[in-house]
Ligand binder design. Structure first.
Ligand code: ZN
Length: 436
């Protein structure tokens, strides 16, 4: 657990700092974002050159932008990048010219169904220019001569990404990955970045069995680049989650890994199921976020994705309405706790052995069945957890197995196991015992 009731507020503040930055898959907006992340956790920033071959892809030209706007026939600035960075088609090529309304309209994007929102559009791999505006703005445009200015550059440079690694006892790794390539969008992008920062901070203070790797990367090209340059490291990744859309108030959605019944799938679903809150589970499909790359057949890593309302399933998705007010701080903090609960299972799941298996042992005389009020005496779940652990700890079931069978939260079983370990009833199951 994060022992910090303000962590939701802290994630909000971090996202609020990052919100105005114009990010893309490359460029100074990504670097600025990583600099802010670096103030919270000591990430390493990697720079990969334009033109670098990464499997079937090539690291693109670096995009930067200073300004972009449209001047209407009356000389007014009407669609201004400086007011909202979504106004420019992300990765727009530079342009400065005068043109008719008809010609201009071929390069404009709006949302007729949500006439007050600005859409988020990109054109990374096809050189284009364009503006995004509200549909009401579009309808108000009058005939005449317009002037468009996009002061951007597309030149040889680098793709930047951030990486943070925590060495645990084992070299086996757990991966958390989020995309950092969206401009002023909150749930899709910033909610994941902020959650990963505070997850990493919390884990950096713990003694850990696994090693943990956190990737702050541009979507698609970032994970392809990382995988192409870290094929050997990728083999050490045993479990992973893509962190995305974790700040809205909707119920959780878990997208299974391509393996579909990997340990991370079981653990995430167990944590969601025993939390009692509603959730949805969807099977892996080859679309979405970077799980597409981690789960490509050549890697087939056990990487799922835990979101709240997932991409495309909320109308605000990829629009100016996915802003800081779309986020619910309590839900966001609950998302972080859920990720920590998953780590807790990964770290602590093990088998125990009941060393007095002939009938039920008497718990009362060991202070574990205290009707007059011990620490957990009134917790019926805790009493049941003791009985389940004693019954199923024959060397074939781990605490996760017991949680799945009993529907008791893993955290309660862990407390019960720790209480039993202090008595003469339970021991950690050693593999040698299995061979006897
Ligand atoms: Zn997106």
């Amino acid at each position: 657990m994060v022992d910090d009731s303000n962590v939701g507020q802290k994630m909000y503040q971090l996202a609020d700092t990052l919100f105005p930055i114009c990010r893309s898959i490359t460029g100074d907006g990504v670097r600025e974002t990583l600099k802010v992340v670096e103030q919270h956790i000591p990430i390493t920033v990697h720079e990969v050159k334009t033109g670098t071959q990464v499997f079937d892809w090539t690291v693109p030209k670096e995009w930067n932008i200073n300004d972009a706007y449209i001047i209407d026939p009356q000389g007014n600035k009407i669609v201004d990048f400086k007011e909202n960075n979504l106004h420019v088609l992300n990765y727009s090529a530079p342009i400065h010219k005068k043109l008719s309304l008809e010609e201009l309209k071929q390069n404009l994007y709006s949302l007729p169904d949500h006439p007050e929102w600005i859409p988020y559009r990109t054109s990374y791999y096809q050189e284009k220019w364009g503006f995004c505006l509200t549909h009401n703005q579009l309808l108000a445009l009058e005939d005449g001569e317009y002037e468009v200015v996009i002061d951007s550059s597309l030149i040889d440079g680098h793709l930047s990404y951030g990486e943070y690694f925590i060495q645990g006892e084992s070299d086996e790794e757990v991966l958390f990955s989020c995309h950092i390539c969206h401009p002023s969008l909150c749930n899709d992008n910033l909610s994941g970045i902020a959650l990963m920062v505070y997850l990493a901070q919390a884990l950096s203070k713990q003694k850990l069995k696994y090693s943990y790797r956190f990737l702050f990367i541009p979507g698609t090209i970032g994970s392809i680049t990382w995988l192409s340059q870290n094929e050997k490291t990728a083999k050490r990744i045993k479990h992973g989650l893509v962190v995305v859309c974790v700040g809205d108030p909707g119920p959780f959605t878990y997208k299974r890994s391509r393996q579909s019944d990997a340990m991370i799938d079981r653990i995430t679903l167990n944590v969601l199921e025993t939390s009692g809150a509603p959730y949805e589970v969807i099977d892996f499909y080859p679309y979405g976020y970077d799980e597409r790359q981690f789960c490509s057949p050549g890697f087939n890593l056990a990487v799922g994705s835990l979101s709240r309302t997932t991409h495309g399933c909320y109308p605000e998705y990829h629009t100016s309405a996915d802003n800081m007010s779309f986020i619910d701080i309590d839900s966001w903090a609950e998302s972080l706790q859920t990720y920590l609960s998953i780590v807790n299972v990964l770290e602590y799941d093990k088998k125990f052995i009941n060393v007095k298996p002939m009938c039920e042992p008497q718990l009362g005389k060991r202070g574990l069945y205290d009707a007059t009020g011990g620490t957990h005496a009134n917790d019926k779940n805790f009493q049941m957890a003791l009985l389940w652990i004693l019954n199923l700890s024959d060397g074939s079931n781990s605490l996760l197995d017991i949680s799945e069978r009993s529907s008791i939260p893993f955290s309660t079983l862990k407390m019960a196991a720790e209480a039993l370990l202090k008595t003469d009833l339970l021991e950690v199951f050693a593999i040698e015992q299995g061979k006897a």
